[in-house]
Write a protein that binds this ligand. Structure first.
Ligand SMILES: Cc1cc2nc3c(=O)[nH]c(=O)nc-3n(C[C@H](O)[C@H](O)[C@H](O)COP(=O)(O)OP(=O)(O)OC[C@H]3O[C@@H](n4cnc5c(N)ncnc54)[C@H](O)[C@@H]3O)c2cc1C
Length: 414
């Protein structure tokens, strides 16, 4: 957590004597009980496997995001009860004017605690609070088990998932430390208030490379700043944006946000969500991608549990699925790097130009398809990521690329 986050709330966890020793072997060990970890556990419900989920806090305790997501993802996963507010328009503020983008799909804010509880409702795994310290040494001879060292003991399992966020605690060595790693930083506050506008600010007075946001969630505003440059401290300008909106900052929460994919599997461990760099560059949207890759991984692991494939086959298919998205993430990263270089006097007319219905429909439809909501309901439990994203996805990607080229030519001609 970033030092600049100010006073942090006390989080529910087991303390003192409650932290009894924890160890032994499980079929599946999922480390991290947020979007990615809970989604993997949910996909494994009913498989008969002994699944243990661990997190340093109780489920739903540690909100780190503005909790915005395409509404259809909530609907597909039967999570609509957690929805707080819905938007069909994105308001873009620049120093030279404001544009309103009418979206081809709606976007919702939700309650973090509630969504975690809803995801957990659909799981049949066990849960323990434990802090993961890293990998444990595995006995010589290689039993196929992966050991995870926690502050309550060492747990072993043949299937281990790191859904612990950007720190990627179970990696074998590619230590990532801000500010040198490809990480953005985000900080937000949650003053009470109401608004109809889902709004973002592209304004260098708040952040030289990045954006500010206000995501209303019924009775509170989630106001924050995200900087693509990890060296830029976002606290002062989070305060400035909040005060410019007539609010006082409170309840600071922040985190580092990966903007580059990392390997999907390593040393017998599977990675999903921020630990695999699944957060999208440019938008810093990492919730639906954590759900999306969590589902893909859960489907592969289920195949192992049900004896349809080996762990190695699952690793190969999941890694191929992950890798097949790399070019989309690379494109987003290119735009992320480009925007700070565009002179401000050009940025405002450009943003206005991009507000045309045709461009908004095209760009937001393609953006949604990076992790489309129908993936959640596209396959029976136990299907393979490969089935979902193999030939069919390649075909869709090819159509996307052709469509994009055609639309760009038409936009230039218009
Ligand atoms: C300020 C801010 C606003 C954001 N807003 C949005 C948004 O509106 N929409 C969006 O899509 N994305 C948003 N993001 C990005 C999004 O929050 C992440 O991409 C997303 O949370 C990733 O989910 P995850 O499950 O991979 O990891 P996380 O949500 O980070 O969860 C990791 C889990 O692991 C646990 N954990 C970590 N370390 C340990 C340990 N050592 N031992 C045990 N447990 C541990 C944590 O307690 C946590 O429960 C935002 C990010 C920030 C910083």
């Amino acid at each position: 957590m970033m030092a600049e986050s100010g006073a942090m709330p006390v989080r529910a966890t087991k303390r003192g004597d409650e932290r009894t020793p924890l160890g032994g072997e499980r079929d599946v060990l999922i480390c991290g009980a947020s979007f990615a970890g809970l989604t993997v556990a949910r996909e494994l419900a009913g498989s008969g496997a002994d699944v243990l989920v661990v997190d340093r806090y109780e489920i739903g305790e540690r909100q780190t995001s503005a909790c915005g997501i395409p509404t259809e993802w909530l609907r597909r996963l039967d999570l609509m009860d957690a929805e707080r507010q819905r938007f069909d328009t994105l308001v873009m503020h620049t120093p030279h004017g404001t544009s309103r983008y009418k979206l081809p799909w709606t976007f919702s804010t939700f309650d973090y605690r509630e969504i975690c509880q809803l995801l957990w409702r659909d799981c049949d795994a066990k849960f323990e609070t434990a802090k993961v310290n890293g990998r444990a040494a595995v006995a010589a001879g290689g039993t196929g088990m992966v050991g995870v060292e926690t502050d309550r003991g060492t747990i072993r399992a043949p299937l281990v998932i790191d859904a612990l966020g950007w720190r990627r605690m179970l990696a074998t060595g590619d230590g990532y430390q801000p500010p040198d790693a490809p990480l953005s930083r985000g900080l937000e506050v949650h003053p009470g208030g109401e608004s109809e506008d889902l709004a973002i600010w592209i304004d260098r007075k708040y952040v030289p490379a990045g954006y500010g946001w206000s995501f209303p969630a019924k009775d509170e505003l989630r106001i924050g700043i995200g900087s693509f440059d990890p060296r830029f401290h976002v606290k002062d300008t989070t305060v400035a944006l909040t005060q410019d909106l007539g609010k006082e900052p409170n309840e600071y929460q922040g985190n580092w946000i990966p903007h580059k994919l990392r390997s999907a599997t390593e040393g017998g461990v599977f990675f999903a969500g921020d630990s695999a760099g699944h957060c999208l560059p440019l938008s810093a949207e990492g919730i639906r991608t954590a759900l999306y890759f969590g589902i893909a991984l859960g489907r592969e692991l289920r195949g192992v549990i049900e004896g349809r494939q080996s762990r190695e086959q699952a690793a190969e298919t999941y890694a191929a699925f992950h890798d097949s998205h790399e070019w989309k993430f690379e494109w987003m990263l290119r735009v992320q790097k480009l925007i700070p270089k565009v002179p401000p006097r050009i940025l405002a007319p450009l943003i206005r130009l991009m507000a045309t219905k045709r461009f908004v429909d095209w760009s937001f439809t393609h953006y949604l398809r990076i992790a489309p909501p129908d993936y959640a309901g596209a396959g029976l439990p136990g299907g393979s990521a490969h089935d979902q994203d193999g030939a069919g996805q390649q075909q869709a990607d090819a159509e996307d690329a052709l469509g994009a080229e055609r639309d760009l030519v038409q936009a230039k001609q218009a």
